[in-house]
Every structure is written in C-alpha cells, then in structure tokens.
Design a binder for this molecule. Structure first.
Ligand code: PHB
Length: 370
C-alpha cells in the first residue's frame, strides 16, 4: 500500500503534536455575543466540529475595542471574553485538536460607530481606506482615521500583551499575530498607508518596528515557538499596497527568524483572489526562516499534497473550504466531494450556514434515504 501523503501525517510544531498538516485558517464569522463580544455556545460547537484540523487558527479577535472593525467579532481583552474562549479551547482539546488565537487590531478598517466614544479609528497616517466594514447599519465605508500619536504606540503594544495573557488563561496552544490583509500592523508595514516621519515610518526598519515590538512583548508571555504571524506581502486587501514588497518582507522575516518564532503564515497572492496578482518570491521567505512555513490561498487538495511533499510548505491552511466542510481533513484524505459554501451566511446570524454543514457520514445517510 502506498504511504499516505505527508499532508495527512503528524507534524511537530514547536513541541506541539499536530495530527496532520492541514490548518484551518482564521475566518471572520461575526457570531460573538452582542454587547460582550464573547465567544458563546454556538461558537464552541462550530470549532468543535472542525477539531480534526491539525491546527485551528481562531477567527481574528480584537485586542481592544479600538481594534474592532466589524460588529460581533470576538474580543480578547476582557475576562468574560477569556472565559468564553476557554469553553472553545476545552472543546477543541477534548476532540483531539489544537488551537491558536489570532490577535488583531484593525487600525483604519473601522467605523466611528464601533469605536470607544464614537471617535475616529486610528492608523499610521490619516488616509481613509476604500473598503467596507460591518456595523448595525450593515456594510458601510470605513470612517476617516486619525494618525496615531507617537505617545499612543506603547499602549497598543500593551494591549497586544494583555490579550496574549488572556489567551493563556483561555487555554489556547499559542497565538497568531495578524500582520496581514491591510489591518493595523500591515498598514504600518506598507508605504501606501504609512506616511509617518517618526521612528515608525520611512525606512523598512521603521515600518516593521511596531510589529517587532508586538512580537517582543508577546514573547515575554509565550514561548517564541508558540507564536506565529500571518503576512500578506502582495495582497491588496483593504486598499493596501507597497512600492517594493520583496525587500520589506525579506527584512521582516529575517527579524522574525532571529526571534525564533514558531511559524510564518503567508497568504500567497491576493486574499481570496489570484495567487499570482503580483510577482513575489515566497521561497525566499521560506529559506530565510527556520520555523514552520504555513502556505495559504486557493490551495486544492493536489496543490497542498504537492507543496508539503516538495517542501515548499510545512503546513497548508484552508479558509473557505472549512466553512462548509467541518470534516475537511477526512474529505481531502479520501478525495471526496466538498460541500459548497453559502456566502450569504458568512457574517453574522445563527447556526444556519455555520454549524449545519453536513459531514461525509451525514451526506451518505442522506443519500441512502433516497
Ligand atoms: C473578512 O472579514 O473578509 C476578513 C477578515 C479578516 C481578514 C481577511 C478578511 O484578515
């Protein structure tokens, strides 16, 4: 009998034994409890159903109210939110899975209606994004942001550290820093959104400074091999661009390597779009980094098997296929059909389009009834 592809074999992620090399990517689903933004029983069921992933990365969770850009995304800054997440991590662990929390600050991708005191969202520079956010009014344009004052930056780093501490109390296996998709840290990385003239703008070193300060603060709380980061070097998500991304990300990844991070999680190409929207040498990032390389974006089963066999990636993250296929790992292992996802129920609502997608076993039972 032929050996199973490596994709389906266990992997040691900094001493954490993953059952396979398939990662559930972070997916915003906006079903936290209204008012508290705490994880709840419905979210527990959703994550429990998907615990056969080698690793789950939670949906992005704001480190502060200021870091929130969409209604009912879960928080990671109150004890009530930590208690909600504890129910999720316990359920995933009981089902044999592993789970990291993704920590985010959305920066300018927010709206005054979501901000403390109805204030302006914050950003490296006061440049409004052409994007969309979700408030009680539905999808709306992000508000005009204000540039962060230099004196406010230590407070943002402290908010990340506080959230990382609560994540530990909540029983996560590690934390993923959201450094991608045009949110706050990526707004600092890229020169299209960062026009600052202080120590956090201008040179590549300066534009990466906030991210590295966040990494260093979290590394005082978590072992460095339990910290990962998500990057999207050339994704235009949330109206972002950089004039020369290769040296920017080559530098950033060398710095992350020096800090012995557990993994880099790289969105190759445009988020939810073409993998080849702009030229970029991802292999150079992999080569510069000794931890694990998680590849993401539009992978088919065959592409994922190949990426792991050839060593292009250690792990492969799937996003939307995990929305509609709780047993995605088993389906990929068998080469089975995938359920189609219903875009209308991606954000907000209840169990419909969230915890009611059938497993293969339920599909088969349904077929045998005919
Ligand atoms: C989304 O809500 O579509 C979304 C959220 C976070 C991301 C990417 C996309 O990093």
């Amino acid at each position: 009998m032929q050996a199973e592809p490596k994709l389906f074999q266990p992997y040691d992620l900094g001493g954490l034994r993953l059952a396979n090399r398939i990662v559930m990517a972070p997916l915003t689903r906006a079903r936290a409890t209204a008012g508290t933004d705490a994880a709840n029983a419905l979210m527990v069921e959703y994550y429990r159903q998907r615990a056969s992933a080698g690793l789950i990365v939670s949906e992005a969770s704001q480190i502060s109210r200021q870091g929130q850009g969409y209604l009912q995304t879960p928080g990671a800054y109150t004890e009530e939110q930590a208690r909600g997440w504890r129910l999720v991590t316990d359920a995933v662990h009981a089902a044999g899975g592993k789970i990291f929390i993704q920590l985010w600050h959305v920066g300018r991708i927010s709206h005054v209606d979501l901000q403390p005191g109805g204030g302006a969202p914050v950003a490296p520079s006061a440049i409004t994004a052409k994007s969309r956010v979700f408030t009680t009014e539905g999808f709306v344009e992000p508000s005009q942001p204000r540039a962060l004052d230099l004196s406010e930056i230590p407070g943002i780093v402290a908010d990340y550290a506080h959230a990382a501490e609560l994540a530990k109390m909540a029983g996560f296996d590690g934390v993923e820093i959201h450094g991608a998709n045009g949110y706050l840290l990526d707004q600092f990385h890229k020169d299209g959104t960062n026009h600052r003239a202080d120590a956090y703008g201008g040179s590549i070193e300066n534009r990466c400074r906030l991210t590295l300060e966040v990494v260093d603060a979290i590394a005082k709380i978590w072992p460095s091999n339990r910290i990962g980061i998500r990057l999207s070097p050339v994704s235009p998500a949330n109206d972002i661009s950089d004039s020369d991304p290769q040296p920017l990300f080559d530098y950033l990844v060398r710095q992350l390597d020096a800090r012995q991070l557990g993994y880099i999680h790289v969105i190759e190409g445009a988020t939810q779009g073409a993998r080849d929207n702009l030229p970029f040498d991802y292999a150079a990032l992999r080569k510069a980094f000794r931890g694990a390389y998680i590849a993401n974006n539009g992978f088919s089963r065959d592409m994922a098997v190949e990426a792991v066999e050839t060593g292009a990636a250690d792990l492969v993250a799937f996003g939307r296929p995990f929305i509609s296929n709780p047993d995605l790992v088993e389906r990929l292992r068998r080469g089975a059909e995938l359920n189609a996802a219903d875009v209308k129920t991606f954000y907000g609502g209840g169990a419909e389009g969230y915890t009611d997608y059938p497993t293969l076993a339920l599909n088969a039972a349904a077929v045998s009834l005919h």
